[in-house]
Every structure is written in structure tokens, then in C-alpha cells.
Design a protein around this ligand. Structure first.
Ligand code: AHR
Length: 314
């Protein structure tokens, strides 16, 4: 998929064009990625001088490298990359950096410092939020199942680390961790855990989709009402985490901003040769039944949701 958004406002014809290439790693079937793309397109359309091209690698690092190589064959003022993994993508990022193209890395980390800016939420903090919530809601006595994604992506590693740092402080919180690189393996692996553990109080999953899938598996075994499910992302669409909290399927979700609109704002600054921070951290917060209505009213349209998240620069 390649989306190109060219502005055609004649008043702006003499204004310097800003050519931005965005390489997305995961297909639009992932609603969080779709929201990131949408917020980028909305923000770009507010700036008539921007020409934004979006490519989608559908989960293949090989294709993502190829997409970026292709973008670099033409003039680029700024390159934005939402990487899939942290390692194989490094040479092409370093190549862009060496060519003098400002590079913004969004969401997942890469194993090089040869880029211009990173933009994303703090995933260790996300894990802390989940751990503290469970400790306070359970009075520090609970059986917990953590469902991780694949281990080689930074959000999975960091969310799990932050969660462990908190849970390890409470001897009466027992944690079992399982990995589920996809929804099918989640079905099998979580099903086995349900069969082997009589009492599960909380499930903390890598994202809302996985938390909801775990809820389905528990429902098939008649166990969903006795378990509290916590996810991450907090999208405000009919199938998203906020609605799932309102429906009572998820006890909580942790808002994980996509950074789509902030990435475009950063790109404009870079194209205008302004100095920007190397690390740009997006705020996160917990959403449960107490604030789900307020949060969904705030993000009243999917196309502009998460665009007002405050940016802390450090
Ligand atoms: O890398 C971040 C994760 O990627 C989001 O939490 C998720 O849902 C998306 O697929």
C-alpha cells in the first residue's frame, strides 16, 4: 500500500514544499497503525506545503527496507519510520542519516543512535502503570497472567520489564508469563494456562486486541467473569480498548498514543532546520470505568484522536 497526499492549494504554490516519506511497518488491519496513519494524514492536510507519502511493509522488515530505499531515490526532506524490529532496519536508517536526511523513529526503538529524533511513549512506564494498578486493586494479593508479544520488539520487552519491576515488589502477587506472537498462538497458549490455573485474577496483555482475544478464550471456558483483563492502546473506535472498558470486557486499558500528528509537527520543524529534541516522549494514562466516558468524549472522532496528547521534550 502506498498512499500519497499532495496538497493543491494554489495560494501556497510559491511556498517551499516539504516532502515527507513515512514508512509504516504493520498493515492497516492493525487498528492502532491505522490510527497512526490517519492522524498523520489529518495533520499533514492542515499544512498545505506538505507532500506526504506513506508506504506499508505489512510486517516484513525486508519490504520496509525496500520501501525506504525507494523513497530515498527521490528528494526527501524528512523520513519518518515506524520500525517493525530493532536490528535489520539499522543499515537503511544509517544510510538515510548519512545522506543528511533527518530521520524520525516512531514508537519502536532501533539499535543505533544514528537518527535525528525518537518519538513515542515510554513502554517501561506503561508496564509500571499496569503493575501498580493490579497491586492497588488487589491489595497486593493476586494471581496474574502476563501475555507478551514476540520478544524481539522493544515495546514487548520494555512493557514486560516495567511490569516485572513493580510486580516483583509484592511477594503475594504470583505472575505467570506466556508469549503469543500471534492471535492463534494466544488461543493455544492461554487456553493451556486456563486449564492449569484454577484461579486467575488478572490478565495483562501486550495490547487491547490480545487482551480481548484472551477474554474470548476465557469466555469459551466460562471463566471471563472471574478474571480482570488489562490491555494497552486505548483506541476510541467501536472495536477499541475504550469501548471494551465501557462494555465491561476489559477492566482497564493503558492509553498508548500513536504519535501520528506529533511526528508530522516534528518533521515540519526539522524541514525548517529548527533544533528538536532527540527524545520526544508521549504521555500515557490508565483508562478504566471511572474515566472511560471522559476519555472517549475527548477523542470524539477516530480521525483526530490522540492528536492532542501533550508532548514532553527531554
Ligand atoms: O509497537 C506498539 C504496538 O504496535 C501497539 O501497542 C500495537 O497495538 C501495535 O501493533
Amino acid at each position: 500500500l502506498l498512499i500519497t497526499l499532495f496538497s493543491c492549494d494554489s495560494k501556497e504554490d510559491n511556498q517551499k514544499r516539504i516532502v515527507i516519506g513515512f514508512s509504516q511497518s504493520i498493515s492497516e488491519e492493525d487498528s492502532w497503525r491505522k490510527s497512526m496513519d490517519n492522524t498523520m494524514m489529518v495533520e499533514a492536510s492542515l499544512h498545505p506545503e506538505i507532500d506526504l507519502t506513506i508506504s506499508n511493509a505489512n510486517g516484513s522488515t525486508k519490504k520496509q527496507i525496500n520501501d525506504i530505499e525507494k523513497m530515498m531515490e527521490h528528494h526527501l526532506d524528512v523520513l519518518i519510520v515506524a520500525p517493525y524490529g530493532s536490528d535489520s532496519i539499522v543499515p537503511v536508517i544509517e544510510k538515510a542519516n548519512k545522506k543528511g536526511i533527518p530521520v524520525i523513529i516512531v514508537d519502536r526503538k532501533v539499535n543505533t543512535s544514528n537518527y535525528t529524533s525518537f518519538l513515542g511513549a515510554d513502554n517501561v512506564e506503561v508496564g509500571h502503570i499496569a503493575g501498580k494498578y493490579i497491586a492497588s486493586m488487589s491489595n497486593a494479593h493476586a494471581n496474574v497472567v502476563e501475555i507478551k508479544a514476540t520478544t524481539d520488539i522493544s515495546p514487548s520487552v520494555e512493557r514486560s520489564l516495567g511490569f516485572k519491576q513493580i510486580i516483583d515488589q509484592y511477594p503475594n502477587i504470583k505472575k505467570v508469563s506466556i508469549s503469543a506472537p500471534n492471535l492463534e498462538s494466544l488461543n493455544n497458549n492461554f487456553s493451556k494456562v486456563l486449564d492449569s490455573m484454577q484461579r486467575i485474577d488478572y490478565v495483562f496483555a501486550f495490547n487491547d486486541n490480545m487482551a480481548l482475544q484472551a477474554w474470548e478464550v476465557a469466555k469459551r471456558k466460562g471463566r471471563e467473569k472471574n478474571i480482570k483483563f488489562i490491555g494497552i492502546d486505548g483506541l476510541n473506535d467501536p472495536n477499541g480498548g475504550i469501548q471494551a472498558v465501557k462494555d465491561g470486557k476489559l477492566t482497564a486499558t493503558i492509553l498508548y498514543p500513536t504519535g501520528g500528528s506529533e511526528a508530522i509537527k516534528l518533521a515540519i520543524k526539522l524541514a525548517n532546520k529548527e533544533i528538536v529534541s532527540k527524545n520526544n516522549i508521549l504521555n500515557t494514562t490508565l483508562i478504566d470505568s471511572l474515566n472511560a466516558d471522559i476519555m472517549s468524549n475527548q477523542f470524539d472522532k477516530i480521525s483526530v484522536q490522540q492528536s492532542d496528547i501533550e508532548l514532553q521534550q527531554n
